[in-house]
Design a protein around this ligand. Sequence first.
Ligand code: NAD
Length: 283
Amino acid sequence: MTDASVFDQYPLDQWKDPSHNIMDRFSLAGKKGFVTGGAGGLGRNVAAAWAEAGADVAIVDLPRTKETLEPLAQELSERYGVKVVPLYCDVSDKAQVDALKTSLVDALGTVDVAFINAGVNVPGDDADEPYEIWQKTIDINLTGAYLTAQIAQHIMREHNHGGSLVFTSSLSAHNANFIAGGPSPVAAYGASKAGIYEYARYLAAALAPYGIRSNAISPGYVWSGIFEGRIVPEAHDMMTAPVPMRRFGTNEEIASAVLFLASDASSYVTGTNLQVDGGYSVY
Ligand code: NAD
């Protein structure tokens, strides 16, 4: 029979402690994290949020982003007084991701939080897409997520502490993204993002004994790298017509959701998918 002390883990009114502050649960002070796709809209804003919340952060992206990543790391480090380092890696390349694991430990010591976010949506991703587009999308979005999550959870387990994995899935994992009378070109993209979501759920079950949580976010349309400056006002109105809130989301609105999932504010949340989509998915 279970000892009655098992109930000691359920404090009832923690707010009564004079030193208690609910906002502390959103802090990442002393934590170490990395963000893939860190030069992009969502990635750099999550890196900024995590740095502001007190974490040392590695911003990971392709070598071609060096001119963006170097000054970004310096700016975040100076602004928030934490260590922010740029690291370069193609997440679809196993050898490069294995090398990233060593670089992360060298640069940060360990990893407590990881934002598994690098992704592409390749033009021509429709019902008759060529094999090359399918393969590239799956390689970067799904296999890349697998590879980078593997190094994150292995670092956490080797260092005997828990952690939080947050994956970027998508609205397109759940529907065909209806625009102007038909589906968006998200055939392989949606499949890759649905795979990410299910992989995140599997890891939630498998890694809970190690104190590691695993969750996904599914952004709807975010005014970010893919769209910013690339669409006309008419397209904006057409795309937001099926969104109950009638607008795009912002990078900041994604960053705050990811901060919640990374931090202890979500300490009893694992295996979930958080829709951040202005209500699009309710239809
Ligand atoms: P973005 O294009 O600004 O950022 C994506 C980043 O990923 C880029 O910096 C790019 O260099 C990097 N990247 C691409 N291939 C890579 C690879 N092989 N290895 C390492 N890095 C690589 O796009 P974003 O809007 O910031 O999107 C970030 C994530 O959010 C993506 O996974 C995207 O699919 C997803 N998403 C975006 C939206 C949206 O509306 N913006 C909606 C749903 C999901």
